[in-house]
Design a protein around this ligand. Structure first.
Ligand code: PMV
Length: 342
């Protein structure tokens, strides 16, 4: 028995930052993301033989090589999901995984990695137990590996976290955006500008932790809730100006929360700010709707409708590449559900 899946990374538009004090990996606030079709992980899980130990047993290869630093996170993950996956109790597993973006670019692979792994485990569990595993269950499983991974399950924008005006929304798993997306957002793209490919000085796990008891956290949760409403409305009405405002405000609030943590920390670099200023100047000059967002690092994601690809490429090549480490950037289309590889 074996299962192979490709699962894309995602970039949040409204950011998940901070966990609820109770439960495992439950978000303090709702978030919404785009999946990044062309930045993905491919994972194969194969059954090696029977497992008599009662504990999960697995071999893990990352891009063909052992990766001991990933083992503790995987072990915790398997312990969390053990009761829902009889394959983990009954079989020893071989896990082979690789990304199509090379490791060390600063692009987070935990969302695509745990997303792909959750899809493989679900398929094997279905084959073994004969019971179907729902997409909610797969998303929930992915969440228990890495919070944001639960949003990598849909072609449509993914909403994770309970929100009063989003029917069916849940802290446990992500759901696809149900509205009709306005044609203004057709063929959206993301150009990921690599400002710093090094290891982050503060991991997102540590960053989430620092929000517990932070006096600004309740206000931040309120902002994220409001922004999600505004963003969903903009997606349906085609109000690009509102969409841009919310996306950029969210990126800046995420990093402001890092600066407001104790101990405080800063993940953006001078080059991050130079790119943001150049994007603002370009937008003013051309009225082309290109906007920036950030994840928990120094790299800049430029989002824009695909019809503007040529102009944005000229912007990047002529004005932004000088701020990118090794002149490196990656372009991706938006929107892709996990794909089963035969
Ligand atoms: O899923 P984690 O624990 O790596 O946290 C992701 C946090 C952000 O990328 C900063 C925001 C988000 O919603 O993806």
């Amino acid at each position: 028995m074996k299962s192979t899946f490709r699962c894309s990374s995602n970039i949040a538009l409204v950011k998940y930052w901070g966990k609820k004090p109770e439960g495992i990996q439950l978000p303090a606030n709702p978030s919404i993301s785009f999946t990044l079709k062309d930045l993905y992980t491919e994972t194969t899980v194969s059954v090696l033989g029977s497992n008599t130990s009662g504990n999960p047993e697995f071999n893990f290869l990352f891009e063909g090589n052992p990766k001991p630093s990933f083992i503790p996170k995987l072990t915790d993950f398997f312990d969390r999901i053990l009761n829902n996956y009889s394959i983990l109790k009954d079989f020893r597993l071989q896990i082979n995984t690789s990304n199509n973006f090379h490791h060390g670019t600063g692009i987070a692979s935990s969302a695509s990695g745990f997303g792909a792994l959750a899809c493989c485990l679900a398929e094997l569990e279905e084959l073994h137990s004969g019971k179907p595993v729902s997409v909610e269950q797969i998303s929930k499983t992915a969440r228990l590996g890495s919070g944001s991974a639960c949003r990598s399950m849909f072609e449509a924008p993914a909403i994770w976290g309970s929100h009063p005006s989003v029917q069916g929304s849940s802290n446990e798993y992500a759901i696809p955006f149900q509205g009709n997306i306005h044609e203004a957002f057709a063929g959206m793209m993301d150009a990921v500008l690599i400002v710093d490919s090094g290891e982050k000085s503060v991991s997102s796990t540590a960053g989430h932790e620092l929000l517990k008891g932070n006096p600004f956290s309740p206000a931040r949760c309120g902002e994220a809730t409001l922004h999600l409403t505004e963003l969903c409305t903009a997606l349906e009405t085609g109000n690009m100006a509102d969409f841009i405002r919310v996306v950029e405000q969210e990126a800046l609030q995420l990093h402001a929360m890092m600066m407001l943590s104790i101990p405080y920390f800063i993940l953006i670099r001078p080059a991050t700010l130079s790119i943001i200023e150049a994007v603002w100047a370009f937008r003013k000059e051309t009225s082309i709707p290109v906007m920036f967002t950030l994840d928990a690092g120094a790299n800049v994601h430029l989002l824009f409708p695909g019809v503007h690809y040529q102009q944005v490429k000229i912007l990047i090549d002529s004005r932004l590449l000088e701020y990118c480490q090794n002149s490196e950037y990656f372009c991706s289309k938006i929107g892709s559900a996990p794909i089963k590889i035969q």
